[in-house]
Design a binder for this molecule. Structure first.
Ligand SMILES: C[S@@+](CC[C@H](N)C(=O)[O-])C[C@H]1O[C@@H](n2cnc3c(N)ncnc32)[C@H](O)[C@@H]1O
Length: 467
């Protein structure tokens, strides 16, 4: 008899006939309603699979969730005690009206994945329900779910072909979400873009990288997937505001910690030469903290935004900007400024963040000041970035920097791990004081027009990873 009643109740529950289920339960005191719950309860309707143009209405559905009938007098306390068991969905209320409008009760909606029977409550929750006089009996509640109540992964999982990776991660640069879609996701790219925009407040443009990084200026070609075609982003990094055209310059939100680390090494009155400055994430903050800055970038677009950001942050009087190749920047402005700076009492830093190539530029320091009387004081400190795929990236960096510089840096430098950029590929920074033997040596520095590269440089290029 009991088994039969149980089956009837279960079928009533799947039909979500709350009233009838309730009545039957009250006719049978002590009999707990055991809701039938699907583990993938929030899965949108099957018809959305394969959709390439977003139809939000198609995601609407009604699902059954368990609910507790709670007297209004203890409602807040009960909700607080059941924090872990109540429903947690974007836009879904945890408390709803009881069926009878005038009732002194409310329904507290529970997470169907966590709660399937009164036994699902832990000790503390069960004790709280007892102490507040709440009936543990679970009722069924028909909940209308729409597109707005789904998370982006749930939408994409339901739409994209089954069994394929639906990763929807992106980097945020101001109002722009920047994705790196896989081939199998491309037919759905506009839908994916729209979903990312819908589900992330403040994102008004979604772009996808359409090819690998441009080797010269380190920016990506990109396609707008959804939203406005405005590529001029405004971002804040370490309390400083930058503006730039994201489609035409290099910007990486994952470098903020590294920018800050180097900025903190620089003191008021110091001089910083930023050889590959981009739009200014080293140059602008060091100028703000009182350094004199010489900042350079070969990309005319970066140069333009670098100048813009200096003005925007009111440091244009502290930053001299250049639009030169890094080697020419070292051989002209850096060479010109150094003799006076070496006689001063403030430190001199050279920042070289072009990890694919920067180590190759170190030979530009060889004999840079060969016409000056050698001195030991105040020699510049270089912070040079590189990628390494070696098992021992520290050793690799020291070897390659030594090779390019033509001087052993072992025991004379420090190497800092910046970030892992890909499986087996690390970004590193080697910092060292340029040895006097390098700066003042009589062997002239390499120039691009040198017909016969020195043997040391030739060897370095063979081992350089420029991917
Ligand atoms: C990896 S980005 C770094 C930008 C900035 N320092 C940062 O930390 O975000 C390298 C920059 O070097 C510039 N660049 C590439 N080749 C160059 C060269 N030969 N000389 C000077 N700048 C160059 C690119 O335009 C790009 O802005």
């Amino acid at each position: 008899m009991l088994r039969l009643l149980s089956r009837v109740l279960a079928s009533l529950q799947t039909q979500s006939n709350l009233k009838l289920a309730q009545n039957l339960c009250s006719a049978c005191p002590g009999f707990a309603v055991k809701p039938i719950m699907e583990p993938k309860l929030y899965q949108p309707p099957a018809e959305v699979r394969g959709m390439t143009s977003l139809d939000r209405e198609a995601f609407s559905q009604t699902i059954t969730v368990p609910a507790l009938r709670v007297p209004t007098g203890v409602l807040n306390k009960v909700v607080k005690s059941l924090k872990k068991s109540t429903i947690q969905r974007p836009g879904v209320p945890r408390v709803v009206q009881d069926q009878e409008e005038s009732s002194d009760f409310r329904l507290v909606l529970l997470d169907p994945i966590r709660v399937s029977s009164p036994k699902s409550f832990n000790e503390a929750e069960a004790e709280a329900l007892r102490s507040f006089g709440v009936d543990e009996e679970l009722l069924d509640y028909e909940l209308s779910l729409t597109y707005d109540n789904l998370k982006s992964e749930e939408v994409l999982q339901a739409v994209l072909p089954q069994g394929q990776d639906v990763t929807s991660s992106f980097s945020r640069v101001g109002h722009i979400a920047h994705m790196n879609l896989r081939d199998h996701q491309l037919p759905y790219r506009n839908l994916i873009g729209q979903v990312i925009m819908d589900k992330n407040p403040g994102v008004t443009c979604v772009v996808n990288k359409t090819n690998i990084i441009d080797t010269t200026y380190r920016n990506f070609k990109m396609e707008v997937l959804a939203g406005e075609e405005n590529m001029v982003a405004k971002v804040r990094e370490n309390g400083v505001t930058y503006e730039f055209d994201f489609s035409r310059v290099y910007w990486n939100p994952r470098l903020s910690t590294e920018h800050q680390r180097v900025v903190q090494l620089v003191k008021r009155g110091d001089t910083v030469f930023d050889v590959f400055a981009g739009v200014g994430p080293f140059a602008v903050p060091v100028a703000r903290s009182g350094a004199n800055v010489f900042a350079n970038d070969l990309n005319p677009e970066s140069y333009k935004w670098l100048q813009h950001n200096c003005k925007l942050n009111k440091v244009d009087s502290k930053v001299k900007t250049f639009n030169l190749d890094g080697r020419a920047f070292i051989q002209e402005p850096v060479k010109q400024e150094l003799p006076v700076l070496l006689k001063g009492k403030f430190s001199v830093h050279v920042v070289m963040n072009l990890p694919a190539l920067a180590l190759e530029f170190l030979d530009a320091f060889r004999g840079l000041l060969h016409q000056e009387p050698p001195c030991d004081d105040n020699l510049p400190t270089v912070h040079c970035y590189g990628f390494s795929k070696e098992d021992n990236p520290e050793k690799d960096m020291v070897e390659r920097a030594s090779c390019s510089l033509g001087f052993p840096l072992e025991q004379r430098c420090s190497v800092h791990f910046v970030r892992n950029v890909a499986p087996n590929k690390d970004m590193m920074c080697v910092s060292f004081t340029i040895p006097k033997e390098v700066l003042f040596c009589s062997e002239p520095q390499q120039t691009e027009s040198s017909e016969e590269p020195a043997p040391k440089r030739q060897k370095c290029e063979e081992t350089t990873d420029s991917t």
